[in-house]
Design a protein around this ligand. Structure first.
Ligand SMILES: Cc1cc2nc3c(=O)[nH]c(=O)nc-3n(C[C@H](O)[C@H](O)[C@H](O)COP(=O)(O)O)c2cc1C
Length: 334
């Protein structure tokens, strides 16, 4: 019996498992495979070089799955920002009905464009206060990203075990737990902590359908739960990346309290990261990764992964937990 939650109802998916937006990884092969397996696959909007390319990627994804999928739009306005509104228009034109957003409050202008088209907004944030303000501003689902996560965990350093129930106590709309999830134990825990489903990034990178070089997938297997660095803390833009010779060097340079972004710029450049993912040459740059690497030991298909997570979660609920409830208390020795 599949888990039915507010997330499966709202997003019209079989399992409460979402693949978070991932720069350079969230393309049609992965998103369609996750959706076909009963989760929600998400294309990463800004991975496409132009809004027109995103329109075409949406069409390509639609040709690969008849099931719902979403698009991520991560909004960090800078002087060289992409034209976010043009990307949002491509999503609207593409008829996509679910959008995952992340980034600064500037993202709300994008929501105003999307919402009149009946698009459900999943907003990812890393603090209860941000979740509440996003809820007040009208988003439909909160994805709450704990300290364990790959990418940007924020500056509060609150792990999921506290952040998820703290958010669940206050957030009224459906909520995804994100950061550190990779197996059925995590799914049961997230549901027990008050979430309606899980969002996973790193775990989906180590699947057959993720269009990244096998060497990078192998790095996710070889790194354990200690195999990440937090970088950019100096700039209040903390990012969690996988451990490698390059990220070790980045962390070493940033340990200098006077370090500036220029000191690491060439090592962390987005172009270098893309080259790393394509060529598998880990000396080219840094790659995003979460602590969940400690739970990644293989490279299944998305179908195998999602089936395994759901089966394991059901076995925990129907087996281990029920057995504990039914067990008679051990006799106390006289
Ligand atoms: C390779 C990679 C790229 C990512 N790129 C983005 C991105 O562009 N936008 C975004 O909102 N989150 C991004 N994330 C974060 C994920 O969507 C998700 O929130 C996070 O991976 C969850 O933590 P986990 O890796 O422990 O599952 C990325 C994560 C990874 C692993």
């Amino acid at each position: 019996m599949p888990f039915k939650t507010r997330i499966t109802e709202l997003l019209e998916i079989e399992h409460p498992i979402v693949q978070g937006g991932m720069q350079s990884v969230g393309v049609a092969e992965l998103a369609s495979a996750v959706s076909e397996a009963g989760g929600l696959g998400i294309l990463t909007g800004l991975t496409q070089p132009t809004p027109q390319a995103l329109r075409e990627e949406i069409e390509r994804c639609r040709s690969m799955t008849t099931k719902p999928f979403g698009v991520n739009l991560t909004v960090f306005p800078t002087i060289n920002s992409p034209d976010y509104k043009a990307y949002a228009q491509a999503i609207i034109d593409g008829g996509v009905k679910i959008v995952e957003t992340a980034g600064t409050p500037a993202v709300r202008e994008i929501w105003e464009m999307l919402k009149p088209h009946g698009i459900a907004i999943l907003h990812k944030c890393t603090a209860v206060r941000h979740a509440l303000s996003a809820e007040r501003a009208g988003c439909d689902v909160i994805s709450i990203d704990g300290f364990e996560c790959a990418g940007h965990p924020g500056e509060d350093d609150i792990p999921g075990l506290i952040l998820i129930p703290a958010a669940a106590d206050k957030v009224k709309i459906p909520m995804l737990a994100s950061g550190g999830f990779g197996d059925g134990r995590g799914l049961v825990a997230a549901l027990a902590l008050g979430a309606d489903g899980i969002n996973m990034g790193t775990r989906f990178c180590a699947t057959q359908e993720a269009s990244i070089h096998p060497n990078v997938k192998q790095a996710y297997i070889e790194n354990d739960e200690r195999g990440t660095y937090l970088i950019f803390r100096n700039f209040k833009n903390t990012a969690r990346v996988g451990k490698s010779e390059v990220s070790t060097e980045v962390a070493r340079r940033l340990a200098n309290p006077d370090a500036t972004f220029k000191d690491v710029q060439e090592l962390v450049a987005g172009t270098a990261g893309r080259e790393l993912l394509e060529t598998g040459d880990l000396s080219k740059g840094v790659f995003w990764a979460g602590m969940v690497q400690g739970l990644i030991h293989d490279i299944p298909t998305c179908q195998e992964l999602i089936d395994r997570i759901v089966d394991e979660a059901q076995a925990i609920v129907d087996g281990r937990l029920q057995d504990m409830l039914r067990a008679t208390a051990p006799a106390i020795a006289a």
